[in-house]
Design a protein around this ligand. Structure first.
Ligand SMILES: Cc1cc2nc3c(=O)[nH]c(=O)nc-3n(C[C@H](O)[C@H](O)[C@H](O)COP(=O)(O)O)c2cc1C
Length: 181
């Protein structure tokens, strides 16, 4: 079973979570690919039995060109835009047929009022025909540039294993069912 984890990152935190999720999926027996949103072509996505997409929460949801710019003032100035993130990638994602599975996660600050990118990611994936498995999960950063809160890496790894294990069991189920008299 192939698991593809796609991430957007500005300070490396969501990438680290993506790597831990993939490590967990591998623990569960999956073949894994971790790619940044810039590298996540339709071909890469189509190879996935389970697609897991993660984004940093910015201004309560998925980042926008101007909020990404705020994360990189040295490169683009305080009013500069950075064109592409998960929000834009989702718009360009080709629709998929029934039965394709996906999951969404985000990184975010430890506040109940901090919003969530994962909800928007899950919504975008659903709009393209994916079935979302599990609940969108959130991984907490202590500050905008990190680090991840203690224990979040381990939680991400366990989440990856759980998702991959669930999908592997679903993929096996029709075969087992077919063997019933
Ligand atoms: C411009 C900007 C806006 C942000 N807005 C939020 C927010 O509304 N809620 C939140 O939880 N975190 C917010 N953050 C913190 C990000 O979630 C944090 O930088 C991110 O999780 C780090 O992940 P990354 O290194 O993968 O980019 C913001 C960060 C930036 C740079």
């Amino acid at each position: 079973m192939d698991v593809v984890v796609v991430y957007e990152t500005h300070f490396g935190q969501t990438r680290d979570v993506a790597s831990e999720i993939a490590a967990g999926a591998k623990d569960a027996g999956a073949t894994t690919t971790v790619v940044s949103v810039d590298e996540a072509t339709a071909e890469v996505v189509n190879a996935a039995d389970l697609l897991i997409v993660g984004a940093p929460t910015q201004v309560l949801g998925m980042s926008r060109p101007w909020s990404r710019g705020l994360a990189h003032p040295q490169e683009v100035g305080t009013h500069g835009d950075i064109a592409d993130g998960v929000r834009e990638w989702l718009v360009g994602l080709p629709a998929v047929g029934a039965g394709r599975r996906a999951a969404a996660f985000d990184t975010k600050l430890p506040s109940a009022l901090a919003g969530s990118a994962a909800r928007g990611v899950a919504h975008g994936l659903r709009q393209h025909g994916f079935t979302i498995i599990g609940h969108p999960d959130h991984f907490i950063v202590e500050d905008a540039e990190g680090p991840l809160r203690e224990g979040e890496r381990e939680r991400a790894r366990a989440w990856g294993a759980e998702l991959a294990g669930a999908v592997a069991a679903e993929l096996r189920a029709p075969i087992a069912g077919g063997e019933q008299p």
